[in-house]
Write a protein that binds this ligand. Structure first.
Ligand code: BGC
Length: 267
């Protein structure tokens, strides 16, 4: 119960990593806002499941596209109306639209940047406004607020054929660090999680075939694909006071993918 009496918004939590994070946050006692873009049924089922296992923490489901200012404002307004405060933002929404770079359309470029980078900016800005307005909430958390950006190993690993995605995550690295620098004095902690290959729908095309999985495992020194819970455990720690001295950093949850596995027996 590390997050008792805290309120946590998880964007893009109707599936995958976001869903697992919403679950762990609820299990730690937090009120959770489950934000979804299109899958209402799955978001509502999750809220229902979490209410069954909760103590007196509550869940709320809110639709919204994080790349739209008015949607983000609406999510935050509903959060404050119901819970009175926001303590934790897990800015998790992200998409991939892949194409060879010489064929990538401006529309595909913009959509990924809009969701993965501009969406992170809009949500972080809205959360920071809330935190500054609330001030530190004694007996709730040592920090005034906590922001966790969902990044990727591709914030540092270049990725051919995924130009928009890798560029969005590279940009996110500086967004996170610049915010951590600017709001450290206010005791707002800003960090990222960089997952490697986690078994979700986003990379199903790769892990669902034997050959794809074999190739993928060559990139993972630890020898297994990641599970959503691996990421959720890191998120809960970053949200809790156990990580009170941690800000402006990225935690890689990648089984060693960012350790240049090509150099294991080469170079
Ligand atoms: C991507 C996945 C990919 C992983 C490792 C993630 O950020 O969303 O599709 O498997 O990085 O390359």
């Amino acid at each position: 119960m590390r997050l008792l009496n805290q309120t946590c918004l998880v964007t893009g939590s109707s599936s995958g990593i976001g869903k697992a994070i919403a679950r762990k946050m609820a299990m730690e006692g937090a009120n959770v806002i489950i934000n979804y873009y299109s899958d209402k049924t799955s978001a509502e089922e999750l809220a229902h499941d979490l209410e069954e296992i909760s103590v007196d923490n509550e869940m709320m489901v809110v639709k919204g596209d994080v790349s739209k200012q008015k949607d983000v404002d609406n999510i935050l307004r509903k959060t404050i109306d119901k819970f009175g405060a926001l303590d934790i933002l897990v800015s998790n929404s992200g998409i991939q639209i892949d194409a060879p770079s010489h064929e990538l359309t401006l529309e595909q470029w913009n959509r990924v940047i809009d969701v993965n980078l501009t969406g992170q900016f809009l949500c972080a800005q809205a959360a920071i406004k809330c935190f500054l307005h609330q001030g530190i909430r004694p007996n709730i958390s040592k920090a005034m607020g906590k922001i966790i950006h969902m990044s990727s190993v591709h914030e540092i690993i270049p990725w051919a054929g995924h130009l928009n995605y890798a560029s969005s995550k590279g940009g996110l690295l500086m967004l996170m660090k610049s915010l951590a620098l600017e709001y450290g004095k206010d005791k707002i902690r800003v960090n990222s999680i960089a997952p490697g290959a986690i078994q979700t729908a986003i990379n199903e095309e790769v892990w669902s075939s034997k050959k794809g999985m074999e190739n993928l495992l060559k990139l993972i020194p630890y020898g297994r694909i990641g599970q959503v819970e691996d990421v959720a455990n890191a998120a809960v720690w970053l949200a809790s006071d156990e990580s009170d001295y941690v800000t402006g950093t990225t935690i890689f949850v990648d089984g060693g993918m960012s350790c240049y596995p090509g150099f294991l027996d080469n170079g």
